[in-house]
Every structure is written in C-alpha cells, then in structure tokens.
Design a binder for this molecule. Structure first.
Ligand code: ADP
Ligand code: MG
Length: 247
C-alpha cells in the first residue's frame, strides 16, 4: 500500500480555484525526517500544495494522509493534523501588540494547555536556538525582518510540530538578512531530524540540506531529484529554463 511508511502521503491530488486547476495529479510521499525543497515559477502551485497539507486549502480530488490521518472535512482530524504541522510564511504574521515572548507562549498555553512557566522556559530555549534570546521582551515592530522571521520560526517550534512547512521564508527579507534566517533553518534541519518542506529558490540552502528537490510547473510535479542531480543535470526543458532564470 502506498504511503504506509510516509509521514505525508499525497495521491493523485487535484485542486481547482473555480474553473482554474491549480494542482494536477500530485503524487508525493514524504518520509519521516525527510527534507524537501520545492521550487518552480511563480503561480505554479507551490504555496497551494503545501497549504493543502495542513488544510489551509482544501483539495477536491485524490487523498492526503498526514501521520496516518486522512484530511477530510472532519474538523477533529484537521485539528489533530494542525498540531503536528508548523508553518512559516513569507510574511511573519506575528501579533504586533504582543511581545516576542508572548507571541511564543500563546499557542503552548492556550492550545497545548501548558503552564506559563513551562511555556516561557520552552520559548526561551527556542529563542536561544534562533539566536535572539535577548529580544524576548521586545515587540515585533522593534525587530528587523530577519529577527521577526526567526521569532516566527521559534513560535512554530514551540508547538512541537513533527513537520515544518516553510513558504518562501526569506523572500520578503532584505538581502543582508537572508543568511541569518537560512542559517537557523540549516541548524534546524541538521540538529532536529524534523520533517521539513520548504518552498524556496535559495539553491545554496537546497544543496546543503535537501534530501530531494521538487520542481513544479503549472500545477504539476515536473521533476524531482537529489539536489546535485537536480541542479547539475536537470532532465526537463521546463526545469532547465527555470534554472537558467534563477541561477
Ligand atoms: P506559487 O506559490 O507557486 O506562486 P500559488 O499556489 O500561490 O503558486 O498559486 C497558483 C495559482 O493559483 C496562481 O495562478 C494563483 O493566481 C492562483 N491562486 C492562488 N490562490 C488563489 C485563490 N485563493 N483564488 C484563486 N486563484 C488563486
Ligand atoms: Mg507561493
């Protein structure tokens, strides 16, 4: 049976926005601990694909199974899956009126029912891990974009997810801040063994941490391979065209 050993299994997934088919026959098996980079032209369906994994978007065809639980309209199942899946967006989506520490403890206290002291201790651990423990009492608006994105990553980690989804986490950042965020993500990949799916065009990052690079175009997975094979020997014309535009 396909997907038995996979933490995420997508089988023939299709999705439409009105008449427009945004995902076509997506088959994807993600192994526990696997690190996947997804790339492809703007509008190719990358965000939609990863947003289907935690049901921020609903698919209309095929099956998606996460941690053995199939995504259907059953709200309890959706809630269960969302506990296991953290997500970091291009725009950090921090609460501006809460301090960094409060941003980090909100979910653990209210969703995971942790006591404040425990939530704060965990939050401080993760702030240290993303290298900004000294920013805990500041408000998001007082931080740089790179620092805010690291807070967003720490906030996700505080919920103890099994899977982390990243949707172009560095594309809204000024160039000098990209590296500090990528370094944190590399550290996370290397130290945590967490399953990671990352939409990014940062090819250095892909080469360093990805087990597999997936190229999407027009709602399809066109090609996938190990990073070295993918970048050095792309098989499809569409992939070559894309790589020639970003490299
Ligand atoms: P990518 O992340 O690869 O840039 P997206 O998944 O965001 O692509 O979008 C794929 C296509 O679906 C685009 O053509 C986009 O305009 C369209 N699309 C995305 N979200 C919506 C929506 N909520 N309603 C209608 N069309 C959408
Ligand atoms: Mg996108």
């Amino acid at each position: 049976m396909p997907g038995t050993d996979s933490i995420i299994s997508m089988q023939q997934v299709g999705k439409w926005y009105g008449q427009f088919q945004v995902l076509r026959g997506i088959d994807l098996e993600v192994a526990r601990g696997e690190r996947i980079v997804i790339c492809g032209p703007s509008g190719s369906g990358k965000s939609t694909l990863i947003r289907c994994i935690n049901r921020l978007e609903e698919h209309q065809q095929g099956r998606i199974v996460v941690e053995g639980v199939e995504l259907t309209n059953d709200l309890r199942q959706i809630e269960r899956i969302r506990r296991d899946v953290g997500m970091v967006f291009q725009h950090f989506n921090l609460f501006p009126h809460l301090t960094v520490l409060e941003n980090l403890t909100l979910g653990p206290m209210w969703v995971l029912k942790q006591a404040r002291a425990q939530a704060e201790a965990t939050a401080m651990e993760y702030l240290a891990r993303v290298r900004i423990p000294d920013q805990a009492s500041k408000y998001p608006g007082q931080l740089s974009g790179g620092q805010q994105q690291r807070v967003a990553i720490a906030r996700s980690l505080c919920m103890q997810p099994k899977i982390m989804l990243f949707d172009e986490p560095t594309s809204a950042l000024d160039p000098e801040m990209v590296k500090e965020v990528l370094d944190v993500m590399v550290g996370l990949a290397e130290e945590s063994g967490m399953t990671m799916l990352c939409v990014t065009h940062e090819m250095g990052f892909a080469r360093k941490v990805a087990d597999r690079v997936i190229f999407m175009d027009q709602g399809e997975i066109v090609e996938q391979n190990t990073p070295d094979a993918f970048f050095d020997h792309p098989q499809h014309e569409r992939t070559r065209l894309f790589l020639s535009q970003i490299l």
